[in-house]
Ligand binder design. Structure first.
Ligand SMILES: [Fe+2]
Ligand SMILES: [Fe+2]
Length: 196
């Protein structure tokens, strides 16, 4: 079965045309894993496949164009997005999807905050954030374990991915995004950290 079989063919073509071969392969892997998680955790798998397809559609777009699109969509960049405009690719994709397709708020949030996570993400958003980090194109120490765990408990896998993003950024002296920190703190407050 083709991974994109149930997705709108013209949309698949559009996304394919915007991405490098490597990014397209990553996108297919995310669609595949997100669909798998949806079926495992009884989420809407068509919505999960769609956010997987769209999440990085502007990831290879030139920075100048991305900034222009953000302006057209009335997105006010954060100071991190001003310093690194590539970070806008999720929010721009979410706005594009909102204007051209019928996506609901949960899908919008999932696409917009797929890089950082967000305290308000629902199941679809969590599945996307986790898939983005553990899909089969990802290779790093511990990914096999996290991949397996993601099929056991989505919340635990999600918070582990959030923790991983924080550790990764600190080790490389990169910004820890605001929403990533807020997600971590929110989970601590909810005492939802069992299993990590
Ligand atoms: Fe991305
Ligand atoms: Fe991605």
């Amino acid at each position: 079965m083709k991974i994109t079989e149930h997705l709108p063919a013209r949309l698949v073509e559009t996304v394919r045309s915007l991405l490098s071969d490597e990014r397209w392969y990553h996108t297919l892997c995310v669609v595949e894993w997100c669909t798998k998680l949806a079926k495992r955790f009884e989420l809407d798998w068509k919505k999960c496949a769609l956010v997987g397809l769209l999440h990085d559609m502007f990831r290879d777009t030139e920075v100048e164009k991305l900034v222009k699109m953000a302006r057209v969509y009335s997105i006010t960049p954060t100071r991190f997005e001003r310093a690194h405009p590539v970070l806008l690719h999720g929010k721009v994709a979410a706005e594009y999807a909102k204007r051209t397709l019928e996506i609901d708020e949960e899908m919008y949030m999932a696409i917009a905050f797929h890089s950082s996570g967000h305290p308000e993400l629902g199941g679809i958003g969590k599945a996307l954030v986790v898939s983005d980090s553990v899909a089969k194109d990802r290779e790093y120490e511990g990914v096999e374990t996290l991949r397996r765990e993601s099929l056991e408990d989505l919340n635990t896998a999600y918070i582990k991915v959030i923790a991983q993003k924080i550790t990764y950024a600190v080790e490389r002296r990169l910004y820890v995004l605001q929403e990533t920190v807020e997600t971590w703190n929110e989970y601590l407050e909810r005492s939802d950290l069992c299993g990590i």
